[in-house]
Design a binder for this molecule. Structure first.
Ligand code: MD3
Ligand code: FE
Length: 208
């Protein structure tokens, strides 16, 4: 059944209530004041992403003509990324209690026409920990496939306050954002959508 979610996939609708969403947006606004949104470019082709990005935590994901990678500093300001907000560390501890702490929180900002093509997240050194995602603002039409590019896909909506946990087999599932539903949320003045993805990047140190 193509309707079944992959193993290790958890959808937690309305994990954050309205006031928690508002508090989280304030944290992200503060992070983005310190580490401004930048526009990534596709490696090789140099095609710009329609999504703008920033990061918080010790490592941040960046993409430019040279490739995709994690690095400790903002590509334009050269500054360290802002600290991971405590509320996001608590979210991770709640939904991924067995995983080592997250090292990166990628902040994706979607304007009305932005989208993200079908891809896998495989720039991390370890896939043992799940990816945890938080949606804020306008609803996204999200697409989830299997671990092979040509596996069937299904689409569903991610609304403000929803959390996804991508562990187990779902960690390497193809996924993307087909489009936003403009005007579906009043959380962000001016509309649009913020997606946060929390990730473990490096394998944890072996126990001494
Ligand atoms: C399923 N972001 O940043 S979040 C990304 O809405 C990314 O901005 C999308 O894909 C967004 O890489 C989707 C939900 C998500 C995140 C990671 C996944 C779904 C995933 C990893 C594996 C499978
Ligand atoms: Fe992704």
């Amino acid at each position: 059944m193509t309707n079944d979610f992959p193993e290790g996939f958890r959808f937690l609708p309305s994990y954050f209530d309205k006031s928690a969403q508002e508090a989280l947006v304030e944290e992200i606004r503060a992070a983005v004041r310190a580490a401004p949104l930048f526009r990534p470019f596709m490696p090789r082709t140099g095609k710009p992403f329609s999504v703008r990005m920033s990061n918080c935590g010790p490592l941040g994901w960046v993409s430019d003509i040279k490739g995709y990678r994690y690095q400790p500093r903002h590509p334009e300001t050269g500054e360290a990324w802002p600290e991971m907000p405590a509320v996001l560390s608590r979210l991770w501890a709640d939904v991924a209690p067995d995983a080592p702490p997250p090292e990166a929180c990628l902040i994706n900002y979607y304007e009305e026409k932005a989208r993200m093509g079908l891809h896998q997240d495989r720039d991390e050194d370890t896939f043992d920990a799940p990816v945890v995602s938080v949606s804020l603002g306008d609803t996204a039409v999200f697409r989830l496939g299997g671990t092979a590019r040509k596996a069937p896909t299904r689409s569903f909506r991610l609304s403000s306050g929803d959390v996804l946990v991508l562990g187990g087999a779902s960690r390497l599932a193809y996924h993307g954002v087909d489009r936003l539903i403009p005007g579906s949320s009043t959380l962000l003045a001016g509309g649009g959508r913020i997606n946060l993805t929390l990730r473990r990047v490096t394998a944890p140190e072996a126990e001494a």
